[in-house]
Design a protein around this ligand. Structure first.
Ligand code: PXP
Length: 243
C-alpha cells in the first residue's frame, strides 16, 4: 500500500505573500500528520519563494519520520540538506521562472551533477529519490547513478484526457515495473487530485504518493466557512460590548 506524503509548500506560499508568521507550515505539518499523513514533503527552492531555511530546521525537529526534502542539484541546497538530514531527499529540476516543477530531472542528459548530489546526500545517510518522467531509460540511469528510489512525474497523466490518460497511466505502470525490477523504491506525484489518485495508488509496488496542491485547495474550502464564522462572531460581539 502506498503511503501519503503531504506537500505543504502552498501553506508557506500564503505566508510569504505577506512576509508574516501565518499560516505556519510547521502547524500545517502537525495537522497533516493528525489527519493521517505518513510523511511531510517540502521544497527548499533556491529563491526561497515558499519554504525557508527556518521551516526545514523546525520541521526536522517536529516531524519524527517521513520528512522528504525536494531540492535541486545545487551545491548550496545539497549542503543544507546534508546538515538538516531529512529522512529522504528528492532531487528535482528547478528553474526560477517556473510556477511549479516542470518535467522530471533529465538524469540521462545530465548525469554528472545528479550523481554528485546523490553521493553527497547518501554519504550524509539520507535516502535519495529522483523525480523523473515515466521513461524506462531514465529509470535505468537512476539505478546506475545510485538512487534509492524514483518518483514518477504524474503531471502528464493528470493533464491527459480520454484515451490519452490511459496511455499515460500505462507509461507510469511500465516505468514503475522497470523500477521495481531494478530494485528501486517506487514513488509518484505531481498533479494528483481526489479524482485521479486511485489509479496511480493501485500501480503495482507503489510505495509513496506526494500530493500538495489538491489537498491545500480542498482545505481552503473545507475550512473557509468556519474561518469566516469565527471572524463574524468577533465583529458582532465587539458591537454588542459597545452598548
Ligand atoms: N512531487 C514533486 C517532486 C513536486 O515537485 C511536487 C510539487 O511541488 C509534488 C510532488 C506535489 O505536486 P502537487 O502540488 O501538484 O500535488
Amino acid at each position: 500500500m502506498a503511503t501519503l506524503g503531504v506537500n505543504i509548500d502552498h501553506v508557506a506560499t500564503i505566508r510569504q505573500a505577506r512576509r508574516t508568521h501565518e499560516p505556519d507550515p510547521v502547524t500545517a505539518a502537525s495537522l497533516a500528520m493528525l489527519g493521517g499523513a505518513d510523511g511531510i514533503t517540502i521544497h527548499l527552492r533556491e529563491d526561497r519563494r515558499h519554504i525557508v531555511d527556518r521551516d526545514l530546521r523546525i520541521l526536522r525537529e517536529t516531524v519524527p519520520s517521513g520528512l522528504n526534502l525536494e531540492l535541486a542539484c545545487e551545491a548550496e541546497v545539497v549542503r543544507i540538506a546534508c546538515e538538516a538530514k531529512p529522512d529522504e531527499a528528492t532531487l528535482v529540476p528547478e528553474r526560477r521562472e517556473e510556477v511549479t516543477t516542470e518535467g522530471g530531472l533529465d538524469v540521462v542528459g545530465d548525469p554528472s551533477r545528479v550523481q554528485r548530489a546523490i553521493e553527497q546526500l547518501r554519504e550524509a545517510g539520507i535516502m535519495v529519490s529522483l523525480f523523473i518522467d515515466p521513461d524506462e531509460e531514465q529509470v535505468e540511469k537512476s539505478v546506475e547513478l545510485g538512487a534509492d528510489a524514483v518518483e514518477l512525474h504524474t503531471g502528464s497523466y493528470a493533464l491527459a484526457k480520454g484515451n490519452v490518460r490511459q496511455q499515460e497511466l500505462q507509461r507510469l505502470m511500465d516505468a514503475g515495473a522497470k523500477a521495481r525490477q531494478l530494485g528501486l523504491k517506487l514513488h509518484a506525484g505531481h498533479g494528483l487530485t481526489y479524482q485521479n489518485v486511485q489509479a496511480v495508488a493501485c500501480i503495482e509496488g507503489m510505495g509513496e504518493l506526494n500530493i500538495g496542491h489538491s489537498i491545500v485547495a480542498r482545505a481552503v474550502f473545507t475550512g473557509l466557512k468556519e474561518a469566516v464564522a469565527d471572524m463574524k462572531r468577533l465583529v458582532v460581539e465587539a458591537n454588542w460590548s459597545k452598548r
